[in-house]
Ligand binder design. Structure first.
Ligand code: FRU
Length: 515
């Protein structure tokens, strides 16, 4: 909780400020067209959002819950907000699913379909959806106790529409750790039990259960592994089969804040084995693998029960370094676009790649295909594509030489996305992207190593009004960054700062709004 306590203090301060600041009350017709409101990324109807929670697929619907404070645009007493999608692109907002209670605020957690009704909370004809979340008891925290985070269960018997808290909560008590939270759980067929993971400060703890209601500790992982520049939060664990092979490995996701590769919050992962008791890492103790190098992808985990065993990931598109003070009023924060996680072998070593959810293509319009471009100095794409590139989807393949994509507006504000062949690094530069003075953290350099080694770089770039998501080398190097220009970044130029560069193919589409 090392980082939650300053957060609580900051929240109290911001909450006090809020009394004098009027939070814009938006009328329904205006909603989702406010300045900086993402047009095809999920954002809450109003007020504060952080981590995605309880993601579960059930009867053709993807449920997305999220950390939500409905009374303010800064972090505060957490609820679970709720939305449903049939395609992971269009969302329908639902009533709040879980409210704080006498056990505490409703912190992050997961959800599953209890297919065989192992919990006994539904019936075999109508198996329950089960959510387990952390109850964070602020009163106990104030009293100076360490055991204020416990794990509690709620179930739904109406396909996720309403939720009932289990009468004997908590289902997993706290043995005395200040950080003991963010349960994510799944059925492990090999050992015929449910496995639950918690983030416990500087490590993960694994628990087992037959009925989702009583949990026994199995093992610890991670004190000596990976990044430790901050507190570990929001874990996940699942198997992935290596692309084109029959080998299956287990992937553990562990979010960390601060201590990310570009400062603040980020998502690391480990590759290894899981035997029903312990996670054994193949990833070297000294090595840290990052799912996304950008500053704005945090607390992401995967959907439970997704069709075809796909591992679909979504993250919160912000960073605790400035999340509470970004320049939006009516709502705060959006999620990343969904991504499918894949395990790929490259030059003998394994990496998790993130591939943009294919359904995004359905929003494409005015698609323009260009081929065999040879760029000397620069190419003004705004002339070629004749639409504002504010909401754009670019795919293609470019030579692995220096290049810069520059998204700009008439005020000279811009966001750059590029590659520096000398350092073999990709970068995003948002230093002059508009409103930036709310945080010094926001204008730092953002760099990411190139992992692939071939001479061509396949790329996918998606820009919404306030974000860019960049997938280089089929998702081996990924970066996500938000920005707040004073006018839409509707112009696009590609620069070749070190001589002629060839772009083998380039497909540019405009993306329509989902709201
Ligand atoms: C991560 C986190 C979680 C916690 C939640 C509280 O962003 O700090 O560890 O459950 O947010 O809102």
């Amino acid at each position: 909780m090392k980082y939650i306590i300053p957060l609580l203090a900051l929240t109290a301060f911001l909450y006090a400020c809020k009394k004098t600041e009027t939070v814009a009350v938006v009328d329904k017709a205006q909603r989702f067209s406010e300045v900086h409101r993402p047009q095809f990324h999920f954002s809450p109807p109003q007020m504060w959002m952080n981590d995605p929670n309880g993601m579960v697929y059930h009867k053709g619907e993807y449920h997305l819950f999220y950390q939500h404070y409905p009374d303010s645009n800064v972090w505060g007493p957490m609820h679970w907000g709720h939305a449903i999608s049939k395609d992971l692109i269009h969302w329908e907002h639902q009533p709040i699913a879980l409210y704080p209670d006498s056990l505490g605020m409703i912190f992050s957690g997961g959800a599953v379909v209890d297919e065989k009704n192992s919990s006994g909370l539904g019936t075999s004809e109508n198996p329950p959806l089960i959510a387990i979340y952390t109850s964070h008891n602020a009163e106990m925290e104030k009293q100076g106790r360490n055991d204020y985070q416990t794990q509690c269960l709620a179930y739904s018997l109406d396909d996720g529409r309403t939720w009932t808290k289990y009468e004997n909560n908590p289902v997993l008590k706290n043995p005395g750790y200040r950080d003991f939270r963010d349960p994510k759980f799944f059925w492990h067929e090999g050992s015929r039990k449910w496995i639950l993971l918690l983030a416990v400060g500087d490590h993960a703890e694994l628990f087992g259960s037959k009925d989702l209601k009583s949990w026994k500790k199995l093992s610890d992982f991670g004190k000596e592994y990976g990044a430790h520049g901050g507190v570990w939060e929001c874990p996940d664990l699942f198997p992935l089969t290596v692309n084109g092979e029959s080998t299956t490995k287990w992937i553990m996701i562990m979010n960390i804040n601060p201590g990310g590769p570009n400062g603040g919050s980020a998502t690391q992962y480990f590759i290894g084995e899981f035997d029903g008791e312990k996670f054994i890492s193949d990833t070297d103790k000294s090595e840290t693998l990052w799912l996304d190098y950008g500053p704005d992808n945090y607390a992401g985990v995967t959907w439970s029960n997704a069709p075809d065993n796909k591992k679909i990931f979504i993250g919160w598109m912000s960073n605790w370094a400035y999340a509470n003070i970004v320049p939006t009023q009516a709502w705060r924060s959006a999620n990343t676009l969904p991504r499918e996680l894949k395990l790929v072998r490259l030059n003998g070593s394994l990496h998790v790649s993130s591939v943009l959810w294919d359904g995004v293509k359905r929003l494409s319009q005015n698609t323009k295909q260009l081929a065999n471009l040879s760029i000397q100095d620069s190419l003004d794409l705004s002339r070629e594509v004749v639409f504002p590139v504010t909401k754009s989807f670019l795919r293609g393949e470019i030579e692995a030489k220096d290049f810069i994509f520059v998204f700009s507006n008439s005020k000279g504000q811009h966001v750059k996305v590029g590659f520096d062949s000398k350092t073999n690094h990709f970068f995003i530069d948002r230093k002059r992207s508009g409103k930036t003075d709310f945080s010094a953290e926001f204008v730092k350099d953002i760099v990411a190593p190139r992992i692939a080694t071939i001479g061509k770089i396949p790329f996918t770039l998606v820009t919404d009004v306030a974000s860019v998501e960049v997938f280089f080398d089929d998702g081996l190097t990924v970066m996500t960054a938000i920005f707040f220009p004073e006018e839409d970044l509707s112009q696009l130029k590609i620069y070749s700062p070190a001589g002629v560069i060839n772009v083998d193919s380039l497909t540019v589409s405009q993306l329509s709004s989902i709201w």
